[in-house]
Design a protein around this ligand. Structure first.
Ligand code: ADP
Ligand code: MG
Length: 240
């Protein structure tokens, strides 16, 4: 479903991604782990063109998103993203947060969007929060609204950038449960995470990044139980 070839990204002289190639199959759940500053967020942000790659090609569903003249709006509809810090609209209710984009982009009318939002809120366990404002929600609730909002665009691929890193520990489980049920329902997902237990249990594949490279890429069992590369071993010995 996604074919990434020789992806490079520099910010000025700072080479952050130094040639990443990855194929991600439809329905695959891929966790990305690695030390801070290794380029994990930049990698995700290139996949939905929040950052413009310096070099390389990204093909989603057979269409290059990096070619000149590629339709970025179409791409953005296919790819949902959830950030560490939720990024909800503070002056809009939960319901409005979830229905805004699909209505504005003409995917559906307000009645349809409202109906879908009710279903999505049930899916993330927040049916009773439709009319709440973000400020009245806990971090875990905000993040579940953010997931529902991304799903409202009916994406084919979901990107998560450390979705539980800003949460109090007791909130983490609820968010991971929602992500796990999405994975089980067949969503294609790329997840940057520090939750090693989640990466091990839910992913089909784990990618270890360091210094702008994919250093190791294997099944969760292999990567966590028998990492091949010294850098992977050193990282895991610090976080496990
Ligand atoms: P990670 O998510 O693995 O912690 P990032 O992708 O956020 O790593 O960052 C990798 C490097 O890219 C860092 O050195 C960071 O300073 C740099 N970087 C990321 N985004 C930008 C940006 N918008 N402008 C300049 N430098 C950036
Ligand atoms: Mg990051």
């Amino acid at each position: 479903m996604i074919k990434i070839t020789n992806l490079h990204k520099s910010f000025g002289d700072n080479q952050v991604l130094k040639g990443i190639s990855q194929h991600i199959a439809r329905g695959e759940v891929v966790s990305v782990i690695g030390p801070s500053g290794s380029g994990k967020s930049t990698f995700l942000r290139c996949i939905n063109l929040l950052e413009q790659p310096t070099e390389g090609d990204i093909v989603i569903d057979g269409q290059s998103i990096t070619a000149k003249g590629a339709c970025i709006d179409k791409l953005r509809q296919k790819v949902g993203m959830v950030f560490q810090n939720f990024n909800l609209f503070p002056h809009k209710t939960v319901m409005q947060n979830i229905t805004l984009a699909p209505v504005k982009l003409g995917l559906m009318n307000q009645v349809e969007a409202d109906r879908q939002a009710v279903e999505l809120l049930a899916q993330v366990g927040l049916q009773d929060k439709a009319n709440a404002y973000p400020a009245s929600l806990s971090g875990g609730q905000k993040q579940r609204v953010a997931i529902a909002r991304a799903l409202a665009m009916q994406p084919e691929l979901m990107l998560f950038d450390e979705p539980t890193s800003a949460l109090d520990p007791e909130m983490v489980g609820d968010v991971l449960d929602v992500m796990k049920s999405l994975a089980l329902a067949g969503m294609t997902m790329v997840i940057v995470t520090h939750e090693m237990g989640f990466a091990r249990d839910v992913s089909d594949r784990v990618i270890f990044m360091d210094g702008g490279y994919v250093v190791e890429d294997s099944s969760p069992q292999a990567l966590f139980s028998a990492p091949k590369e010294a850098r992977t071993q050193a990282f895991l010995s610090k976080v496990l």
